[in-house]
Design a protein around this ligand. Structure first.
Ligand code: HEM
Ligand SMILES: *[C@@H]1O[C@H](CO)[C@@H](O)[C@H](O)[C@H]1NC(C)=O
Ligand SMILES: *[C@@H]1O[C@H](CO)[C@@H](O)[C@H](O)[C@H]1NC(C)=O
Length: 332
């Protein structure tokens, strides 16, 4: 038991140290990775009001409908997960990611349109939809009680969005190996996986996404044994239909805190992928560290969200475009 505490403590120190960035090497400007061209001051001269408009508008929408905060964070994840953070998820044409079956419960599109409309009035053709969505996810996190972080800007909007690629985003049935591979392909590691999954401390899921844990559809086994029996009963009661919504964090559903992680330790994680983070020996130590040290989680969440926002971004002058309407590619 003592040793266990010491190893958790050492792990925590290692986490803090690994997040201190190396300084950029002077003189090495060519061949920099695309995310190195993002900067927090990107719109300081061209649209200084941009960040303020996003935070004001997001606050107004979330005040009217608090359930939009988690939805916008998830929308940002689904954007970055496919073809990088390029607003491809916002394109609303036939056969786009947004119109795929796997995207059917994504929300927050109208809010992004509202923000974009106001920004276009103030600074036409200047601020990308990908940047707006990234800033909105940060602001939604703060409104839910989560940490602040500086958002680097300069993402371009993509011109390609394919429905079939939406199925690449994890749906909640994957094993840890598959999740790790998915994250690694996008430059995100095991720590990022456990940390960003902590977004599930707020928001809701349809019963569809975890119904197989409640009933043995295959007819062979019993309900998922990694599910607390009282929680199982509660979920069976709450889920009368596959479209019914259940809080991802059963204890503090609207608070951005570390209860998500203590839930996993108590076998009351909602999605099979959530609970797996604790049952898999590779990720369990991180879950235990976050369950016991809230500051460690919030500081790492800020770091991992910046990494998520940097995934496969387009930043070169000849790539992508600044979309005028987030729903459509520019006409010429
Ligand atoms: C690690 C793999 C992940 C899986 C398997 C996963 C899966 C899911 C599923 C199945 C839902 C419920 C969808 C529904 O049935 O309506 C959901 C909701 C959500 N996810 Fe994830 N997710 C993952 C990672 C992430 C990440 C990285 C973020 C953000 C950084 C995120 C943020 C959210 C939020 C905030 C919700 C609630 C949305 C709402 O209330 O509208 N998820 N996720
Ligand atoms: C995990 O999932 C992958 C991809 O679906 C599969 O190939 C692999 O066999 C699974 N691993 C385990 C241990 O179940
Ligand atoms: C689960 O499977 C067992 C054994 O096959 C069966 O006795 C039981 O009725 C099933 N339960 C549900 C909820 O389908």
């Amino acid at each position: 038991m003592k040793f266990h505490h010491i190893s958790l403590f050492l792990l925590s120190i290692a986490l803090v140290l690994s997040n201190s960035y190396g300084l950029p090497v002077p003189g090495k400007v060519l061949n920099v990775p695309p995310e190195a061209l993002l900067s927090t001051g990107h719109y300081h001269t061209t649209c200084p009001a941009a960040e303020g408009i996003v935070s004001q508008k997001v606050a107004a929408w979330v005040k009217k409908d608090p359930t939009l905060a988690p939805s916008i964070i998830r929308l940002h994840f689904h954007d970055c997960a496919i073809r990088g953070c390029d607003a491809s998820i916002l394109l609303n044409h036939k056969g786009s990611e947004r119109n795929a079956y796997e995207s059917r419960t994504l929300r927050g599109f109208q809010m992004i349109d509202g923000v974009k409309a106001e920004i276009e009035r103030r600074c036409p053709r200047t601020v990308s939809c990908a940047d707006i969505l990234t800033a909105a996810a940060r602001d939604a996190t703060i409104l839910a009680g989560g940490p602040f972080w500086e958002v680097p800007f300069g993402r371009k909007d993509g011109k390609i969005s394919l429905a079939k690629e939406a199925s690449l985003v994890p749906q909640g049935h994957e094993n840890i190996t598959a999740l790790l591979q998915f994250f690694q392909k996008r430059g995100l590691d095991m720590l990022d996986l456990v940390t960003l999954s902590g977004s599930h401390t707020i928001g809701r899921s349809t019963c569809f996404s975890f119904a197989d844990r409640l009933y043995n559809f295959s007819g062979t086994g019993k309900p998922d044994p990694s599910l607390n029996v009282y929680y199982l009963k509660l979920l069976r009661k709450r889920c009368q239909g596959v479209l019914d919504l259940v809080h991802l964090d059963v204890i503090t559903p609207r608070k951005f805190d570390t209860t998500y992680y203590t839930n996993l330790v108590r076998k009351v994680g909602l999605l099979s992928t959530d609970q797996s983070l604790f049952s898999d020996a590779r990720t369990a130590p991180f879950v235990e560290a976050f369950a016991t040290q809230p500051f460690l989680f919030t500081s790492q969440f800020a770091v991992s969200m910046v990494k998520l926002g940097n995934v496969q971004v387009m930043t070169r002058p000849n790539e992508g475009e600044i979309r005028v309407n987030c729903n459509f590619i520019n006409r010429v």
